[in-house]
Design a protein around this ligand. Structure first.
Ligand code: RFL
Ligand code: PHB
Length: 388
């Protein structure tokens, strides 16, 4: 097979890039290690920046999001037993969209199918080759090795895929921070405790009240790295969550059986550069952020925006300026989101060595934030998403 662009990975970044290319008449194929149902079973992000919403609209995948997604004009921070609202809309003129990554992925998969996009699922041993010369991707399926020749390879295959590995073998530099805790997440068919998200700082650790709809909630509590999902009964989770929230919030909480429960470790990682000849790292393949800032999926979308502009200009304008500047343009936005996610993590979590002094410093910063329009504007600008 020969295509113009071979995309490794059928997560949000691969699907969004694939759709932009298809709509522009640029031939592409997506190759993934697993199948559609497996990908749709992964419960992940929930908050979309206005830029991500705009991109989904631009490709034609926004209709259900506007029908079923929840527009949030604000977000709350809770600390020392009190909740403080940050009015995103009043401070920036923008809102965010609460719509699950699973739904985004499903909408993009449905659109790809409807527009005749090619996807190869259940491909084994997917490997990018010769990206400085004649780029091609090989994979195994049904006992045979297949080869796809292409002009460019988009590595949209997440943090553990073959694109990051290939980059590491070709001079990539990685910048990393590992945090000494993880998030235990629970999904439950109970009404959300608040109409907006609550990020809570507490001496026992961070907690987050998020949601997927008016009848489905997504909650998280910070846990130690040695914690296992099996150690947490539903009751133990609800008790711990309530302990970390202001009293009225805890009392208003409706609990019920979990429909999903998982633990994710937190880390920050950035790969530099994001381009290796004709191979590009996109989304989680190029960077990881702790979920505290709700930036991972949104950064995947902005990477796609920059790379698509470069590829479009290459094919339609005969200019390589966009491809040549992809890594620098994307990294400049990525590092700002990495900084924001790191600072939100720093502000809201309990660190093993922070002690009472560290707790008071966090509370002082949260107090300053709740009383300063300037500080709230800085947070709001980052939360709704920096411009592309
Ligand atoms: P994905 O979604 O990981 O997709 C990569 C795809 O590549 C495939 N793949 C391979 N294919 C072929 N060969 C191989 N060897 C392969 N290895 C992997 C995989 O099967 C998969 O289909 O990366 P992508 O597209 O870059 O998207 C990134 C986002 O998924 C990620 O950044 C977000 O989920 C992060 N994130 C959040 N982001 C937000 O913007 N807002 C949020 O509120 C938010 N909350 C979260 C999150 C991530 C979380 N976890 C579990 C890490 C909450 C959590 C708990
Ligand atoms: C989620 O709903 O899963 C979610 C929301 C906000 C975050 C992280 C995760 O910052």
């Amino acid at each position: 097979m020969r295509v113009q662009v071979a995309i490794i990975g059928s997560g949000p970044s691969g699907l969004l890039l694939g759709q932009l290319l298809t709509n522009a008449g640029i031939d592409n194929v997506i190759i993934d290690r697993v199948d559609r149902d497996y990908i749709l079973g992964r419960i992940r992000a929930g908050v979309l920046e206005y830029g991500t919403v705009g991109l989904l609209d631009a490709v034609g995948a926004g209709a259900r999001m506007h029908r079923e997604g929840l527009v949030h004009d604000g977000v709350s921070l809770a600390y020392a037993g009190v909740k403080h609202r940050i009015d995103l809309k009043a401070l920036t003129g923008r809102s965010v969209m609460v719509y699950g990554q699973t739904e985004v992925t499903q909408d993009l998969m449905d659109l790809r199918e409807a527009t005749g996009g090619k996807t190869i699922y259940n491909a084994g041993n997917v490997t990018p080759h010769d990206f400085d010369g004649r780029p091609h991707v090989t994979y195994e399926k049904d006992g045979t090795t297949h080869r796809i020749d292409c002009d460019f390879i988009a590595g949209c295959d997440g943090a553990h895929g073959p694109s990051r590995i290939a980059a590491a073998q070709n001079g990539m530099k990685g910048f990393e921070r590992v945090y000494p805790f993880g998030w235990l997440g629970v999904l439950a068919d109970v009404p959300p405790v608040d109409h907006e998200l609550i990020y809570a700082n507490h001496e026992r650790g961070f907690a987050l009240c998020s949601q997927r709809s008016n009848t489905r909630s997504r909650y998280y509590v910070q846990v130690g790295l040695d914690s296992k999902v099996e150690d947490w009964s539903d009751d133990a989770f609800w008790d711990e969550l309530r302990r970390r929230l202001p009293r009225e919030t805890a009392e208003a909480m409706v609990t019920g059986p979990s429909i999903e429960k998982s633990i994710a470790p937190l880390r920050s990682f950035v790969a530099e550069p994001l381009r290796y000849g004709r191979l590009f790292l996109v989304g989680d393949a190029g960077h990881i952020v702790p979920p505290t800032g709700a930036k991972g999926l949104n950064l995947a979308a902005s990477d796609v925006h920059y790379l698509f502009e470069g590829l479009r200009d290459h094919y339609l304008e005969h200019s390589d300026a966009g491809i040549d500047s992809y890594s620098a343009r994307a990294l400049s936005r990525i590092w700002k989101a990495v900084r924001f996610s790191w600072s939100m993590t720093q502000l809201l979590h309990r660190f093993p060595d922070q002690g009472d002094f560290g707790q008071r410093i966090q509370e002082a910063e949260l107090d300053y934030l709740s009383n300063s329009a300037a500080a709230q504007t800085a947070l709001a600008e980052n939360y709704i998403g920096l411009p592309y």
